[in-house]
Every structure is written in C-alpha cells, then in structure tokens.
Write a protein that binds this ligand. Structure first.
Ligand SMILES: C[S@@+](CC[C@H](N)C(=O)[O-])C[C@H]1O[C@@H](n2cnc3c(N)ncnc32)[C@H](O)[C@@H]1O
Length: 340
C-alpha cells in the first residue's frame, strides 16, 4: 500500500479529503517524518493526481482492537441484547471519556468502565455526564473511574484545547462544524465570536486563516483557559485572537462591526438582534429548533434583517440532534447591501 507525503501543516485537511474520496487507508497508521507526514492511502490511480509525492511503502497496520472494536461489540461479551439498547453515545475529550448512563444500566457501571478502557486503553478518567446547567452551560459530571480530575488537553483540527469540564462548556462533537466554518473564512477577514468559551472556534479558524478575531466570554474560568489556549497554540496560528472577558450584551454594543460574526449561542439566550447588528457580510447563528419550527426560525431572521435595514439570504443547516424532534442548527446568514 502506498503513502502520500504531505507537509505537516496540511496533514489534517488532506487526510479529511482522502477520507471523503474513500482513498484513506484507516487500517494503517500515519507516520511523521521531519516536517512531513506519511498518510496511508489505498492503491488507486487517483492518489497520483493529488499533487503530493506518493511513496511505495507499507505503513504499519493498526492493532486489530482499534479497527474493529467499538464499545457495543466489546460489551456484547457482558451485556444482554436488551441492555445494549440502552447504551448511549459517549465522547472522548483528551484522556477523559464521558458517558451518560441511564437508570436501566445503573447495575452495569463497572462493565461499561471495563469496555471503555478496552476500546480506549489511553484513558485516564471516565466520568458520567449529567445535564448542562446555568448561563455558563457547564455540565454536571461524576467521576466513575481513574484520576480525580476533569481537566485535560483535547486535540482537534490541528489545535490543542485545554478544558476543565467542571468549570467550562466544551463540545467535541462540533469538530466538523468548526472545520466547516474555517473553510468558509477567507484570509483578511475580521471576525467577532461572542459566547466564545475556551476558544475552540477561534483557535481552529486562526489555525487555518490569516484573520483578526475578537472573542468575548463571560465565564472567567473559560476566559483564563482561553488565554492559555492562545499561548499553547501560538506557533500554529496564522491568525490573531483578541479575547475580551465580559458580558456580550454589554461588550458588543461598544465594538465596531465585523465581516463575519459567529454566535455559538448558549441555549435559552436570545442574541439574534445583537449579533446581527455587528455583522457586515456573514452571521452564523446557532440555536435549538424543533423540526416544525424551522420555517418560523427563518422568518424570525428575515424579519430581524429587515428591521435592521439589511438584505439577507438565510440557509439553515442541521448541526446535531439535541433531543427527539429538536435539532441544534446553524443559520448561515449572508448579508447584502443595505436595502434602505
Ligand atoms: C454554548 S457555550 C459555547 C462555548 C464555545 N463557543 C464552545 O463552542 O465551546 C456558550 C458560552 O457562552 C458563555 N456565555 C453565557 N452568557 C454569556 C454572556 N452574556 N456574554 C458572554 N458569554 C456568555 C458561556 O459561559 C459559554 O462558555
């Protein structure tokens, strides 16, 4: 099997592209070589037309465990079919796994810990997740195995994000969404990100684009971790990030307008008018919408645009499931010239 020799900085996007084209060989491990990464690809003519050197080498196979085993198949050894139906999706954030355990599996906590450790031998902490609470959207967690901490460093889209799950909001499932935004952004843009948390959106965009970002966050713990994250990633970032600690509803009115505003709005907070008022060309507004309310949501945005004298085109994209019939969505609002 051949390998594609790609400069380290381009490895992540090229890997995604290869996966999209079904050319990536997930059974093998990539390998670092100085400032390059060798990405395993399948034998296919298309790999020779991607603009990278193709080397005729056999990269090492991944251990079988990592290819074939997922939590469900591992736990099938210990749980009944009926019990397996209650198994929820889990997340791995750095070296911490977080999983929701429903009452029906209360008596299986030890087995679930065993299964997670088998699938992810590098884990140091396993925590049970409760619900998001308060304006800072911090989840309630209880540690069920491992070290007594909820602080870790998560790697995503070529950046390192330090989080403390007991103090800040962080959702690793938004990785693809952050990458999507980074691809929409062009060099030279000025971007505003209120509700910025520990800066996952800002870091990923600044990693790929030469932009100037202003981010705003109210939770002091998230703000401090965000500052640490800027330093931690300093050498990787093409763009600049200015981080303001404060209430978006007080800070934004004092700021100028920006080419693009990204609002990862906390659930239950209404910030459409505020964030739209600061956007010149684009607003990406996140909200939670019932499947029957998507048109009403679009209508609300069009109405606010017209109230602010802005012409706009709205595309609504489902980002993730939230609960039955309710989705997290992103409204991509493209703003034209003033119509009044
Ligand atoms: C849904 S979280 C998104 C965080 C981050 N963008 C991410 O995706 O990880 C919303 C964030 O808004 C912050 N927040 C809540 N109210 C705020 C306000 N009035 N001004 C600024 N930030 C606020 C919370 O502390 C939280 O970090």
């Amino acid at each position: 099997m051949p390998a594609l020799r790609v400069p380290k900085k381009e490895a992540e996007p090229v890997k995604r592209k290869l996966k999209k084209l079904n050319l990536y060989d997930g059974k093998r491990r990539p390998k670092r070589e100085d400032d390059f990464v060798l990405l395993p690809v399948i034998e296919d003519e298309r790999v020779y037309s991607l603009g990278y050197e193709v080397l005729p080498i056999e990269l090492p196979l991944r251990p079988e465990r990592q290819i074939y085993k997922n939590l469900e198949s591992v736990l099938a050894e210990r749980l009944s079919e009926e019990e397996l139906k209650y198994l929820r999706r889990y997340d791995v954030i750095g070296d911490i796994a977080v999983i929701q355990i429903p009452p029906e599996l209360e008596h299986r906590v030890e087995d679930i810990v065993w299964g997670l450790r088998k699938v992810h031998p590098f884990l140091k902490v396993i925590a049970r997740k409760g619900f998001h609470e308060g304006a800072f959207r911090i989840r309630d967690y209880s540690i069920i195995w491992g070290e007594n901490r909820l602080e870790t460093v998560h790697k995503e889209n070529g950046v390192e994000i330090k989080v403390d799950l007991s103090k800040v909001f962080f959702n690793p499932r938004m990785k693809g969404e952050r990458y999507r935004l980074a691809q929409l952004v062009r060099d030279g843009e000025r971007i505003l990100i209120p509700f910025a948390g520990v800066l996952p959106y800002a870091l990923v965009i600044a990693r790929y684009r030469k932009v100037k970002i202003t981010a705003v966050e109210l939770n002091r713990e998230a703000y401090e971790l965000g500052l640490e994250n800027i330093e931690r990633n300093r050498k990787r970032l093409k763009g600049e990030i200015e981080f303001i600690h404060g209430d978006a509803f007080k800070v934004l009115p004092e700021l100028p307008s920006y080419d693009r505003v990204i609002s990862p709005t906390p659930r239950g907070v209404e910030a459409l008018a505020l964030t739209l008022s600061k956007a010149r060309k684009w607003l990406h507004y996140y909200d939670f919408v019932h499947e029957n309310e998507v048109n009403a949501f679009r209508g609300k945005i069009l109405e606010e645009c017209s109230r602010q004298g802005k012409r706009c085109e709205v595309k609504i994209k489902k980002v993730s499931d939230f609960k039955p019939h309710v989705f997290k969505v992103c409204a991509d609002v493209e703003l034209g010239v003033n119509s009044y």
